[in-house]
Ligand binder design. Structure first.
Ligand code: SF4
Length: 222
């Protein structure tokens, strides 16, 4: 446990992804990530980070009580559970966790203090990484008592196997799947017919699926 953490940035903005689009949030971006997705455009390196003490962060949040919630983002915020175990019980706003959904054990340590879980399902076809469906399954089993949904970034390489595995996870935990077409340079990088076809393929297998592109890039906000 620790009462301080290296934090890349703290800022207020509008949530631009998923079913909570449009809510004002206070974002706390933690350093470090356990994955390295091909499409990652987030700078989560320690360089230029600031060390915050727990009490400083709580005081900062108290100045932004008009926000819907505090978004813990990264990188991967669950790499900081030592700090989060101390900080979250004192957080004066609801807590919204944005995570790559691979660290079930870490989530278990702080799940009691989380209100909303925005969990990615990472597709190997898009990230360039490994098949992570088993990790996601373990993660969702811990996260499922909370308000939970899954975001799926996809590109033209998405496979039938991946769609099936996503649908199985969605059905097992009765969660909404939010399809997010890959963006490049603030533009959707996929043909609209392909996007429609992909949504239809999901809907053949599972009904609680929505297509919601990233909106903060259209709005030119963070
Ligand atoms: S999990 Fe998120 S922060 Fe980490 S590499 Fe992938 S896109 Fe970037």
């Amino acid at each position: 446990m620790t009462d301080k953490a290296k934090i890349k940035e703290v800022f207020t903005s509008i949530q631009g992804e998923g079913p909570f689009i449009g809510y004002k949030q206070l974002f706390i971006r933690f350093c470090g990530c356990n994955l390295s997705c091909n499409y990652c455009d987030t700078d989560y390196r320690m360089i230029d980070s600031v060390e915050y003490r727990l009490c400083e962060l709580v005081e900062l949040i108290k100045q932004h009580l008009d926000c819907h919630s505090v978004s813990l983002t990264g990188g991967e915020p669950l790499l900081n559970t030592g700090f989060l175990k101390e900080f979250l019980p004192q957080c004066p706003l609801p807590v919204y966790l944005e995570t790559n959904a691979t660290l079930a054990g870490e989530l278990g340590e702080i799940i009691d203090y989380i209100d909303y879980v925005s969990a990615d399902i990472k597709l190997a076809s898009c990230t360039g990484g490994n098949d992570l469906f088993s990790e996601h399954d373990r993660f969702f089993s811990v996260a499922s008592p909370k308000v939970l949904f899954a975001k799926i970034v996809f590109d033209s390489n998405i496979t039938e196997y991946e769609i099936m595995q996503c649908a199985k996870l969605g059905a097992k935990y009765n969660i909404e799947l939010i399809l997010q077409p890959m963006m490049v340079d603030d533009n959707i990088a996929l043909d609209k017919d392909f996007i429609q076809k992909t949504l239809d393929e999901f809907l053949k297998k599972y009904k609680k699926v929505r297509l919601i592109p990233q909106t903060h890039k259209f709005l030119d906000i963070r």
